[in-house]
Design a protein around this ligand. Structure first.
Ligand code: KG4
Ligand code: ZN
Length: 338
C-alpha cells in the first residue's frame, strides 16, 4: 500500500459486546479496511446476548478478524501509528479479550495504546462523514445509553441529560420481545412500523423541562396493552403497535433534543449509537434541523451499531491530544464518559 509519512494510521479494536471488530482508519476520517464478526445468529437463540458465550466467541474470532483486516488494507502492524482500544463500558469478559489483544500488539510492535470510551467511539463515527464542528450536540441513543452530550472541543464532553432508567435501544429490544420479534428487536420494529398505522395510544414519558429521558414506563405500557388485548381475546396488530411505539420513542428524543438546540448555542447536531440507524428518528431530526436551521449529520448506517471503525476514528483525536495508556490499562464494565 502507498503510504504518506505524514498520514496517521490507527488500528481500532472493539469487543465490548457481541461484535469482534478490527479497523484501520487514516487521519481519523478515512476508512481503509474494517472487519466485523457479528455473533447475532448465536445470541438470537437466547433472545439476547449471553456474556459467557460472547467472550468465548471473541477468543475464537479475534485472530482471524485481525488477519483479515490487515489483508484487506494490504498493511502490516508495523505500518500502523497507534492502536485504539475500547476499554469500556461493556461486558467485562468481552472487553478483556480485545484489551489483551491490543496490549499484546502494543508490546510486541512498540505501538502506543490509545484507550477509547465506547460512547466516544459512537460519537466519532460521525467524523467519517463530516468533520465535527463545535459546539456540538451528540444525541446518544444506543442499547446501553441515552444521553444528550455537548462538546465544545475534541474530547470535551458535557452531559446535559440522560435516561433515568432504561436506554432507548434496550426499550426497543424489550418491546420487540413482547411482540415475539427476534433479537435484536430495534431494526425489526423500525422495519415493520413502516407498514403500520398509529392506532395504539401510548404515553409520552417525562415530558418535562429537563434534558432527561425515561423509557421504562413506555415499555411497561406496551406490555400492559399487549396483556389487556390478549385477555380480551383480541389479536395485536404488530405493525400498528410497532408504529405506535416508535412514534412515541422517537418523539421523546425529539422533544428533548429540540429543547437543547433552542437553549444551547450549537453549530452541529449529530446522532450516535445503534438507534442512530432508526429511519424514523433520522426523518424527524431532519425536519427539526430544517425548522431550527441547524446543521445535522448522522453516521453511516453500517457504523451506527458496534464496530472498530468508530474506535479508530475516536482514537485518532485522542492520539493527537497525547492521550496514551500504559500496559496497566484495565477494562471497565461501567465507566462514565463525563
Ligand atoms: O450501539 P449498539 O450497537 O450497542 C450498544 O452500544 O448498546 O446499539 C444496539 C441497539 C440495540 O438495542 C438495537 O435494537 C438498536 O441499537 N437498533 C435500532 C436500530 N438498529 C439497531 N433501534 C431502532 N431502529 C433501528 N433501525
Ligand atoms: Zn455501542
Amino acid at each position: 500500500m502507498n503510504m504518506n509519512q505524514k498520514d496517521i494510521y490507527i488500528l481500532g479494536i472493539e469487543t465490548s459486546c457481541d461484535e469482534t471488530s478490527f479497523s484501520i482508519v487514516k487521519n481519523g476520517r478515512k476508512e481503509i479496511a474494517t472487519v466485523i464478526a457479528s455473533q447475532i445468529d448465536i445470541h438470537k437463540n437466547y433472545g439476547g446476548v449471553v456474556p459467557e458465550i460472547a467472550s468465548r466467541n471473541h477468543v475464537k474470532n479475534i485472530t482471524m478478524v485481525m488477519e483479515e483486516c490487515l489483508e484487506k488494507a494490504n498493511m502490516k502492524i508495523e505500518d500502523i501509528n497507534a492502536i485504539g482500544i475500547t476499554y469500556g463500558p461493556g461486558l467485562i469478559g468481552s472487553l478483556l479479550i480485545g484489551l489483551e489483544a491490543a496490549k499484546t500488539l502494543s508490546f510486541i510492535y512498540d505501538k502506543p495504546l490509545i484507550p477509547v470510551h465506547h460512547i466516544a467511539g459512537h460519537i466519532y463515527a460521525n467524523s467519517l462523514v463530516k468533520e465535527l464542528e463545535f459546539p456540538l450536540l451528540a444525541i446518544v441513543v444506543s442499547g446501553g445509553h441515552t444521553e444528550l452530550i455537548k462538546m465544545t472541543e475534541h474530547y470535551k464532553f458535557q452531559k446535559l441529560g440522560g435516561t433515568l432508567d432504561d436506554a432507548i435501544g434496550e426499550c426497543y429490544d424489550k418491546v420487540a420481545r413482547v411482540m415475539n420479534l427476534p433479537y435484536p428487536g430495534g431494526p425489526k420494529i423500525d422495519k415493520i412500523s413502516k407498514k403500520g398505522k398509529i392506532t395504539y395510544k401510548l404515553p409520552l414519558p417525562l415530558n418535562d423541562d429537563s434534558y432527561n429521558f425515561s423509557f421504562s414506563g413506555l415499555k411497561s405500557a406496551v406490555i400492559n396493552l399487549t396483556h389487556n388485548e390478549e385477555q380480551r381475546g383480541k389479536e395485536i396488530n404488530k405493525e400498528n403497535l410497532a408504529a405506535s411505539f416508535q412514534e412515541i420513542a422517537v418523539k421523546s428524543i425529539i422533544v428533548k433534543a429540540k429543547k437543547a438546540i433552542q437553549n444551547e448555542e450549537l453549530k452541529h447536531i449529530i446522532l450516535a449509537g445503534g438507534v442512530a440507524s432508526c429511519t424514523k428518528l433520522r426523518e424527524e431530526l431532519d425536519k427539526l434541523g430544517e425548522e431550527l436551521k441547524v446543521d445535522m449529520s448522522y453516521p453511516p448506517i453500517k457504523y451506527c451499531t458496534d464496530n472498530a471503525t468508530m474506535i479508530a476514528a475516536a482514537a485518532y483525536y485522542a492520539y493527537q491530544d497525547g492521550r496514551k495508556a500504559d500496559l496497566y490499562l484495565n477494562s471497565k464494565s461501567n465507566d462514565r464518559l463525563c
